[in-house]
Design a protein around this ligand. Structure first.
Ligand SMILES: [Zn+2]
Length: 287
């Protein structure tokens, strides 16, 4: 990745380009999160970019100085420029007194063999500074209320077939038409069979498609007088959760309707694809 994508820049300053691989773009998007847990540990500064690497308490000088910095003039300078005889010598650079004082608080660890990265993610107490995959995963993953999800999938009143469908939707493993394409397979028709307009994906089929969205809003109208919702399963779950304390009976019914709606949308999609049959929209409503 270093030789292919960031030859003329630095990982932290690299701009996301459409030509980058999906994986590398995802890694770059994690930078603000990762930056909170990573820092350069200084030996002599010869491998640490003065402006771009996060060495000032997880921040880079570029981040601190922003627009004041002439990027071209500073390109390629390392921290060794402001270290002499094992101490900081930031004089001669356009640092404010406050920034210079901050630099002096960074320890230079002469006992190290070379400059290194230090990791301080969640769950890595003890200050070893060693990277740990579990800690990194905990940092970048999206935290959800698991109790709500478990309740939604496995709670009372939801038929087993609907539970299974809801589980697969929540975990993103329903085989919509975009998935075989992503695995490199050729399929003759990638369109959503409900609207015949856009390509089918889980996001589109259940929430983006005007047909399924019409079903959600009907369900909503029957439940709470047409409350607006964000178009994804977790947002809808958290919307329902908001009512749990005030009206647990309603929250339970909403959860059952949600699971049933997911299942009926999936069932209708399969009927249209595999049996060539279409249910009139009015008969589509569930309860
Ligand atoms: Zn559609």
């Amino acid at each position: 990745m270093a030789s292919r994508y960031i030859r003329r820049t630095n990982f932290w300053a690299c701009r996301i380009d459409n030509n980058f691989s999906v994986t590398f773009k995802a890694i770059l998007r994690c930078r603000p999160v990762l930056q909170a847990a990573i820092c350069r540990r200084m030996k002599d500064g010869t491998t640490i970019d003065l402006w771009l690497d996060p060495w000032l308490g997880s921040r880079s000088l570029l981040e601190i100085l922003g627009g004041q910095l002439d990027r071209e003039a500073g390109r390629g300078l390392t921290c060794s420029r402001i270290i002499r005889d094992g101490g900081w010598r930031p004089e001669g650079y356009p640092f404010t007194a406050q920034l210079a004082a901050e630099i002096h608080t960074i320890s230079i660890d002469a006992s190290q063999t070379e400059d290194s990265w230090s990791w301080a993610g969640p769950g890595t107490g003890g200050g070893s500074g060693l990277f740990c995959f579990r800690s990194c995963y905990d940092l970048v993953r999206i935290h959800h209320d698991q109790a709500e999800e478990v309740d939604f999938i496995w709670g009372k009143g939801v038929a087993r077939k609907m539970q299974l469908c809801a589980y697969r939707l929540l975990h993103g493993i329903l085989m919509t038409r975009d998935r075989p394409i992503r695995f490199g397979m050729q399929i003759s028709d990638a369109k959503c069979v409900l609207c015949n307009d856009e390509d089918e994906s889980m996001g589109h089929l259940f929430f983006g498609c005007p047909v399924s969205w019409h079903i959600w809003t009907e369900q909503c109208a029957q439940l709470r007088g047409g409350v607006g919702m964000d178009r994804d399963i977790r947002s809808i779950l958290s919307w329902i959760r908001g009512y749990r304390g005030r009206d647990p009976g309603w929250a339970r019914r909403a959860r059952v309707r949600l699971a049933a709606s997911v299942w009926h949308i999936w069932k209708e999609r399969n009927r249209r694809i595999f049996e060539g049959l279409t249910t009139p929209l009015l008969k589509f409503y569930i309860i």
